[in-house]
Design a protein around this ligand. Structure first.
Ligand code: SF4
Ligand code: SF4
Length: 194
């Protein structure tokens, strides 16, 4: 919305009152919720049928507020107090074992939320973004160290023939190109973040 690339009627959980609040902030008219993203309804939470869960972790990756606990090949479970009822974990589940269960019968939109819950969801979402960024940086650093070690190992080789020298040069060029690509990617990411 801030960049002008999304409209202010995309959030069924916020309901028409959410649209009205955003419209007020933006100085725009109140418009209907975009039905492509769902309809305004009582707030649900996700419930996993743990007897069917295969521990694939796809739901964890989809959850924008880190409300799902579990590890690879282990049963997963939802922290209900953190679940915003956004539905995003349902579609990726390969065994269809996530159900959305209403917890605010008769209450929709901001009637089904407190400001405190909304603030908590926002904080969890920000925290998740930071965690993902940190994990990406750690992974990139690991890969860079691995590539540097590989390059060192290739450089330490002592080719005994012209063919081996050519092979060493080929490997060096591939690794150096990969290191350069990673460096440029990191530079771009730092630019984007600033
Ligand atoms: S419904 Fe949304 S918030 Fe709740 S567990 Fe699934 S992805 Fe997370
Ligand atoms: S996506 Fe479904 S099967 Fe995979 S971990 Fe989540 S609940 Fe279990």
């Amino acid at each position: 919305m801030a960049a002008g690339s999304a409209s202010y009627n995309q959030c069924p959980p916020g309901g028409i009152e959410g649209v009205a609040r955003l419209a007020h902030l933006l100085g725009k008219p109140v418009i209907p919720i975009n039905p492509v993203n769902g309809v305004e309804r009582p707030r649900p939470v996700a419930v996993i049928d743990e007897s069917l869960c295969i521990g694939c972790t796809l739901c964890i990756q989809a959850c924008p507020v880190d409300a799902i606990i579990g590890a690879a090949k282990q049963m997963h479970t939802i922290v209900y107090d953190l679940c915003t009822g956004c539905d995003l974990c349902v579609a990726p589940c390969p065994v269809d074992c996530i159900a959305m269960v209403e917890v605010t019968p008769g209450k929709t939109g901001w009637d089904a939320w407190s400001q405190e819950q909304a603030d908590q969801a926002r904080a969890m979402h920000d925290f998740r973004n930071l965690r993902l960024q940190r994990e990406k940086e750690e992974n990139n650093a690991r890969l860079a160290a691995k590539a540097a070690a590989k390059l060192q190992a290739v450089q330490a080789e002592t080719p005994a023939s012209e063919a081996e020298r050519a092979e060493q040069a080929r490997k060096k060029a591939i690794i150096q190109a990969a290191i350069e690509r990673a460096r440029l990617k990191k530079e771009q990411a730092e630019k984007d973040a600033s």
